[in-house]
Design a protein around this ligand. Structure first.
Ligand SMILES: [Ca+2]
Ligand SMILES: [Ca+2]
Length: 310
């Protein structure tokens, strides 16, 4: 019964589709649609800019390798992992940070994490990623997924080193030049699991010591979400952002404001920041890491509209 009714409808829809093209001839219309479908993936990315900002830097992770004209590898050994270039993979429109326990220790570390850092430095503006943290798979069947890793989308001065392997990689998270550290999220598997995030500014003094953190005490974004009656799963796609102005940093999760850190330029030196997308095995994680990965769809930076050269 259905097919005789469907056919005229399909013909009708096809006719309607052809009528939407600039061509009256059906053959040319078909060529038009074939072309439109073929070039669709090549269309320019039009990202919504928050009010008062314009898109200034956009990494969509298209292509099949990391763009080393824009990014450096994080290649340090810190806490319980080494970070290495071979754990980074770009495919299907996203960046993957592969997180792997090692069979043999390297530089004394039993795990390999990964991270990338922009070569460009940014100042005031709106910074955003879309990411899923962890693969959600319990590889070692201990009843918990993605345990042992510490993910971060953060911004702080970084210096590529010519003597690194690969050359130009970032070898330290403690460069003496750093003054501003903005952690859009630091999450670590622990008591709260992957869904507990710290969002804060860390203020560094010229002598390398920490001045303090804002907000103080640091809060995680789960509580405001819970109060709003929302559930949250970090292993699913979510957007994370922060807006940095002369007076402070407002953090966001999925477009909603979470916490604010007051950080006035009259009181503290605001330097220019590289952006880091990283995952390491941190000392404060409760358990030994299992195989996992983080995935980033994009990183976008929006400069204030009033300062196009920012
Ligand atoms: Ca597990
Ligand atoms: Ca993408």
């Amino acid at each position: 019964m259905n097919s005789p009714r469907r056919r005229p409808r399909a013909k009708h829809l096809l006719g309607k589709m052809f009528s939407m093209t600039p061509y009256s001839n059906q053959r040319y219309s078909l060529v038009f649609w074939a072309f439109a479908v073929a070039v669709w993936p090549l269309r320019p990315i039009v990202a919504d800019a928050p009010e008062g900002y314009q898109l200034s830097f956009s990494e969509e992770f298209d292509g099949d390798q990391l763009d080393l004209n824009r990014w450096a590898y994080r290649a340090d050994a810190k806490h319980r992992s080494i970070q290495r270039a071979e754990n980074i993979h770009v495919a299907d429109g996203s960046l993957r940070l592969h997180l792997t326990p090692l069979e043999k220790r390297i530089q004394g570390k039993a795990n390999a994490g990964a991270g990338i850092v922009t070569l460009e430095r940014f100042h005031y503006g709106y910074y955003e990623v879309r990411a899923r943290l962890g693969d959600g798979i319990d590889h070692d069947q201990d009843g918990q997924v993605d345990e042992g890793w510490h993910h971060a989308f953060w911004a702080m001065f970084a210096k590529p080193m010519a003597n690194a392997d690969p050359p130009g990689s970032i070898l330290t998270t403690y460069p003496p030049e750093r003054r501003t550290e903005i952690d859009c999220y630091e999450n670590a598997d622990g008591k709260g699991g992957y869904n507990r995030f710290t969002q804060h500014v860390i203020i560094w003094k010229p002598n390398g010591k920490e001045h303090g953190r804002r907000p103080k005490p640091p809060t995680d974004h789960v509580e405001p979400q819970r109060r709003a009656g929302k559930s949250f799963d970090a292993t699913k796609w979510n957007t994370y952002a922060f807006e940095w102005t002369a007076q402070g940093v407002q953090f966001f999760v999925n477009g909603e404001p979470t916490v604010y850190g007051e950080y006035p330029v009259e009181e503290f030196e605001h330097d220019r920041l590289n952006v880091w997308l990283t995952a390491i095995a941190a000392n404060w994680c409760d358990k030994d890491p299992e195989l996992s990965r983080a995935e980033y769809d994009y990183f976008r930076y929006y400069a204030p509209s009033s300062d196009a050269s920012n």
